[in-house]
Design a binder for this molecule. Structure first.
Ligand code: E4P
Length: 316
């Protein structure tokens, strides 16, 4: 028995890639993309014809609209392969603008609907800033499901649950990277601060009965993935999915976390939220890692969005 099949018995496995060709191999239910993954795919010659096609169809439109059309086109290709939901990310440049995030989510869903895709198959991916969480709260009230990303801390997770967000993506590997860069080391995967962070968030949600789905993201190793078996969902890169597939297990996988039935999860906005804006900002500010990684994550996703726009300019 291989580790991927075993993992799928306990957790919904999601493919974390812009390369939809790779998806057929791993048969995930859902898929996630982000601006860096789309850029990586677009930079390979394999997807050049698709980019040119999008450019041709959106000639004369603004670079922002062309960018949205491209990310939605990737989403459409992915949805033709998977049975579940695709996460499509709002432009990171809007991470501190609630109104613009809501407007862009509407644009994304409108583009999908032109191709017959219902909103139930799309998760609008938004950075878990105060402004992003407020945008998600409004969207969720309108029945639009959101995936709050760049999530590195408990206060971000709790604020999302309070806002009635469908799904959060707490990151593992970027937390690991932060600690390793500061010379911290550990021997056992259980002591990895990235793994510990997601375990703590998941346990808190399970204990409190929060219906917001928890999807561990940003993995650096197969060990980290397996250490979170049982989590509602895990989004994993093709390289690590391959590693899981190639790992033979001698005995069935014992999940580290008690599984929850996704069908029974119903998110409910809290009437007594844990945070108002000042207390949220103060709490996140207490955590140097979360502050730095959130800021860096937005910077890098924005930079990669800008690179995609520049690429359009070159190909036009
Ligand atoms: C998925 O939702 C995340 O964007 C992704 O897992 C981030 O992974 P990285 O830290 O390897 O970039």
């Amino acid at each position: 028995m291989n580790a991927l099949d075993e993992l799928k018995r306990h957790t919904r496995v999601v493919a974390d890639t812009g390369s939809f060709e790779l998806m057929r191999r791993f048969q995930p239910i859902d898929a996630t993309t982000n601006p860096s993954l789309i850029l990586k795919a677009v930079e390979s010659s394999q997807y050049r014809p698709l980019v040119r096609q999008v450019l041709q169809q959106s000639r004369g439109e603004s670079l922002d609209v062309q960018l949205l059309r491209l990310v939605v086109r990737f989403g459409l290709e992915i949805l033709a392969i998977i049975p579940g939901r695709v996460s499509t990310e709002v432009d990171a440049a809007q991470s501190f603008n609630t109104e613009a995030t809501i407007a862009q989510a509407d644009d994304i869903l409108q583009l999908y609907s032109r191709h017959g895709i219902s909103p139930s198959r799309v998760l609008i991916k938004i950075a878990a800033t105060w402004e992003g969480i407020r945008a998600a709260e409004v969207l969720e009230r309108r029945g639009i499901a959101c995936n709050l990303t760049l999530l590195f801390s408990m206060p971000q997770a709790m604020a999302c649950a309070d806002a009635g967000v469908t799904l959060i993506s707490p990151f593992v590997g970027r937390i690991t990277d932060w600690h390793k860069a500061r010379g911290v080391s550990w021997d056992r995967v259980e002591d990895d601060p990235g793994v510990q962070s997601v375990r703590a968030i998941y346990s808190c949600f399970a204990e409190r009965g929060y219906g917001t789905e928890v999807m561990g993201a940003s993995f650096r190793s197969v060990e980290q993935v397996l250490a979170l078996a049982g989590c509602d969902l895990l989004t994993v890169s093709p390289e690590l999915l391959e590693g899981l597939m190639n790992q033979e297990l001698q005995q069935p996988l014992t999940p580290a976390l008690p599984s929850r039935d996704l069908n029974t999860l119903t998110k409910t906005p809290s009437e007594a939220p844990c945070f108002d804006e000042p207390s949220f900002r103060l709490q996140v500010n207490e955590d140097a890692m979360a502050c730095e990684k959130l800021a860096e994550g937005i910077r890098v996703f924005k930079r990669d969005g800008d690179r995609l726009r520049a690429l359009f300019g070159e190909l036009a």
